[in-house]
Design a protein around this ligand. Sequence first.
Ligand SMILES: Nc1nc2c(ncn2[C@@H]2O[C@H](COP(=O)(O)OP(=O)(O)OP(=O)(O)O)[C@@H](O)[C@H]2O)c(=O)[nH]1
Ligand SMILES: [Mg+2]
Length: 555
Amino acid sequence: MLILPPLWDACPRCQNVARQVIRGNLSIARLYSAKTVDEHDPDTDYSSVESFGDMAGELKRRKRKADSKRRQYGNTFVDHILVTVRGGKGGSGAAALQATLKGSGPSAPCGGNGGSGGSVYLTTSPSLSSLTTLKKRVVGGQGSSGSGAHKHGKRGDDVLITVPVGTIVREIRREGEEERTIREEIDLGLDEDEKRMRKWKRWIISHPSAGGEVSLEEYQGAETLLKKEGRWKIQTPSFEQQPAIELDISEALREPILLAKGGLGGLGNPFFDSPRIASRGFMPPIQTFEFELKLLADVGLVGLPNVGKSTLLRGLTGKKAEIANYQFTTLNPQIGVVRVYEDGRWSGELEGGSEIQESLVEREIEDLSRTLGEEFPNTKIQKGTSVRNGNVERIRFTLSDNPGLLPQASENVGLGHSFLRSIERSPVLVYVLDLSKPSPAEDLLVLKNELESYQEGLSDRANIVVLNKADQVEERVGKERIKEIEDVVGETSDIITLSGKYNLGIRRLVDLLVEKVEMAREVAKREKEEKEREELMKSQSGNKGYSFGMRRLEV
Ligand SMILES: Nc1nc2c(ncn2[C@@H]2O[C@H](COP(=O)(O)OP(=O)(O)OP(=O)(O)O)[C@@H](O)[C@H]2O)c(=O)[nH]1
Ligand SMILES: [Mg+2]
């Protein structure tokens, strides 16, 4: 906690300090926070005491944590993964007999049916931007077995796989238990009778207390009944019979999509002619899916660590990205939406004079203001709705904040280049440089070099250069640095000098981004029309191309 809570009740000066913090005067709070209750003297002006107390310690701790996180997960931004998925197995039917009084005749079958297995569905979440959370194996809940007195088994639980928007899902393999068994039987060289008996044993269960073997006639009768119900042939449809699932999720899903259906539950003995027989639940096929993430942001921010990319994301979109004064605060790409209104204002815009705080400081201030029952104005970012104060939205685009790039990222230094795969897909790229550093022009060359060694021509796609932290630079020095950068980029890029933290110069950036995004969309539209024309011509000339029996669903 930044300010000592017990003090503001007792001391008007403390309350005054706390209110100053809420108005944004943090330096006072930092000095003040070192004092304990015992040390407190209401007559001392703590704003002149030189101590950074808790805040510095906490920052150090967080930096250590970020470093270890980077070492642990740094090179594992997951954007490609194979997942095996299976619906839950159906529960078995029961072969139970009703209890009867002695000598009152044969007991009636009363076994309940098994519950069907749970299915596996796919859904999207706006808070995800990596496939890291995906498990390699996902199985629906198993249905419970039926029991006596006509009690049917419970249905297995459905399972949701949650992915970020921009994920491509392809089913690449599908195999059921039946196919595996058939292969095994061929290997064992079994004859038809043996195969049939094995199949009966696999699908039909006899009541444990029924005594003796179930006769061939009983098995045959049960088989006929199951065939009638369409429950005998359970071979998995091949990709020719039922196309593989292929999804390109470019928008948030309104409803979950079914990937793997749960198996049917077995039938209880009232269904069969023989009271000693029930059937087993189905085991659904195992499906292998390939998940690939291509983050779909119109604009990608590229920069060295700690230059203020996440601060910019926050200022442009209002998205709460982690901001801190050390490298690799951001470990995975983050995507936010920029909504620009008719009057040129935008969704993440701050109120005049507000400042974007580091996350840690912001959380402490929020705690403090909650305790004091006051609202902290700096954290109030405009909500992203399509109509704001009667002002209509003009354009909406997405922006990705990426982890910091280091020299030799393409040789896996820092976080490596795994996340460049997402950057690669953004039609507009923005270089973010720290103008308060001695040589931002050299930093720019480093960035260009890294993009180029990842993919030829990629460095030229970035045609906006943002010079951030302008508030920290003396005018003369700043001008010299800007001149050096102009010499590097020549006519190829627009240069914008701004301060992300203090919300200065952002409007020019927004205007430029709108212009570039509109241009990029126009180009993409033309390319799409061109492609459609080509495909139409191809299909008219009878050449339908080679199909792998896959179905493409544009969601
Ligand atoms: N003075 C000043 N500080 C800024 C400005 N923009 C960002 N900062 C500070 O710079 C530090 C790093 O900001 P981040 O937004 O976390 O930087 P980043 O580029 O996302 O960093 P990584 O995620 O580690 O690559 C924080 O302490 C910010 O408060 C600015 O315009 N002026
Ligand atoms: Mg960041």
